[in-house]
Design a protein around this ligand. Sequence first.
Ligand code: WTA
Length: 702
Amino acid sequence: MSKSGDNVVSEAQIAVHWREEEVFSPSAKFIGQAYASDPAILERFREENFPECFREYADLLTWDQYWHTTLDSSNPPFWKWFVGGRLNASYNCVDRHLASSRDKVAIHWVPEPESESTQAITYQELHRRVNEFAALLRDDCGLKAGDRVTLHMPMVPELPVTMLACARLGVIHSEVFAGFSGGACGGRIADSGSTVLITMDGYYRNGEIIDHKMKADEAVITAEAEGQEVAKVLVWRRHAGQFASQSPMVDGRDFFVDEVLKDYRGQLVDPVSMRAEDPLFIMYTSGSTGKPKGAQHSTGGYLAYVAGTSKYYQDIHPEDTYWCMADIGWITGHSYIVYGPLALGATSVMYEGLPTYPDPGRVWRIAERLGVNIFHTAPTTIRMLRKVGPDEPAKYDYHFKHMTTVGEPIEPAVWRWYYETVGKNEAVIVDTWWQTETGGFMGATLPGLMAMKPGSCGPGVLGVYPAIFDENGEEVDSGSGRAGNICIRNPWPGALQTIYGQPERFVSVYYEKYCRDKDSKDWHDWPYFAGDGAVKTADGYFRILGRVDDVINVAGHRLGTKELESACLTVPEVAEAAAVPVVDDVRGRAVEMYVSLKPGSDPDGVEAKVAKAIEREIGKIARPKKVWIVADMPKTRSGKIMRRVIASISNFSDYGDITTLANPEVVDSIRHHVQSEKMASHDVPRELTFDEIEEINSFGKE
Ligand code: WTA
């Protein structure tokens, strides 16, 4: 039970099957100042005006050379945007703001320890830091346009500095979330062919300094085992002159950035003029099969898209103080902490640590002190803040005009707490549905023009026309109540260009399923398959139901079941492994692992070994909630593990007909074992919603 104001909200209430929700309208005050308050904008972005409508986004940028072709669709589905154009992303995010806003704060960086003061980095200061580090990358590491560099950095201002320094040179950065293990980082170094790794000695998380450099050593070893030599490891230090790690510096390979930077003081580097379609960065994400995929994003199309959506959907004005609480290690941070807001010349807040450290009021204290008026976070964080401090926001004098949510479906009850308690009934909420692959928002309401509906992201965003298709490629009607696969019918500038180094996989994962004619040169024949289930209501709003592939969304992080299972198989005793989602009231979903052992193996200590293996191969975020050792897995006659049956057992839902299994007799003993232990430890989930039952019952279905 958690308390919200005077009302006691039970978790069971959240579980009530989502009905059609009452809508909320933006306030007159919000509309009065919104960038998009004139419906004419909807006309400008209608399908008849596609693709030229996106000129408006590209015109938010400064081009070294204007483009001649808005969209080149001659080689589907490898779309090219703003062809003929040249620009530099670092110039657009930094240099061009100097003339008018030299002394304006670009980034307020809030360290986790409250005893350390906030750093206010002006555009002038950002320019200096980016230039000096770019000079170092160029002259000390020999990096040049087109080279790839892996970053494994936490939420410190050196991370955007590093990204922008790479962008200045046209070097393609690939930032790996700091919470990922050294091994996971090493795999990404190898896949991207990076010869330089940029990391940090340590950072604060929940009151402790985490030894992060340690992971760099593992990363280099893994990369080398996969055939990629790492020549240099650049180590930023959390406190210059002090080393926060126990791991030794390797002579000739590892360098402290603060020491090397001394040689570059005051140096300026001309931004390299890149073609619009040159890659800006790679961001790895999990999919249903095999290794993580490197989503490759372009310079011109991506930057135009995130600038445009930051302007119209987040409504960031020059006088606003904007705070996106995501981690830059994920796409949200790339698009909506770094590139979008900085392209607009905004003032943005970056926070190092845990939102609940040292107490549940921390977030609201930061908002009050810095005068934040636009706030962006994920449902997981909202659920967490609501659980630990439902009355905290009222104690602080901050006022948001706008709040965003991203990453998972938000339960209507959680939405209402966000609206009433966090937003103090004053702020609009924009629920943004999108993906690593899409670069920016795909489904969202234009806050000054459209009503908000709890639990729905809204219609397709400007210039994006989604549709729901059934398995046969027929469009599912709005208001039919039937769910299907949400697809984007048209190309858009923020879309990934390819999966790095795997163009065939790019085509097969995103475009094969609904392509109408492989020889067609017409984009209308190439809908993008997003991998999410959704329903569309009669008003044109989409409600996202979650992934239709074998991906589990834990606290807004995509974990591939195949990656989890192959990590388990590195434990010598394990014969078979299956990962399933369990409903979790804070993290949305958690992972439970089921493993069966090789004959004659000793089960003692296997649970801990499995958890450890997952932490080593992927990272702490993927740690399973529970590892169940079973004598045998329920299987089909062709030997496929029936994940939906064990998922139902873990969630106490009905697993339906199992008579077609090869070994139906094992189901009852697994159920008895798992459910009696869960009951004994009071770990019985609340009653599931209809949508959740659907998801669990179809989990892993081919
Ligand atoms: C899910 C994060 C419901 C979805 C930007 C998608 C959402 C996956 C929402 C992408 C939302 C994202 N409502 N579900 N507003 N936003 N998702 O690549 O399943 O980390 O496919 O990108 O998160 O996760 P990713």
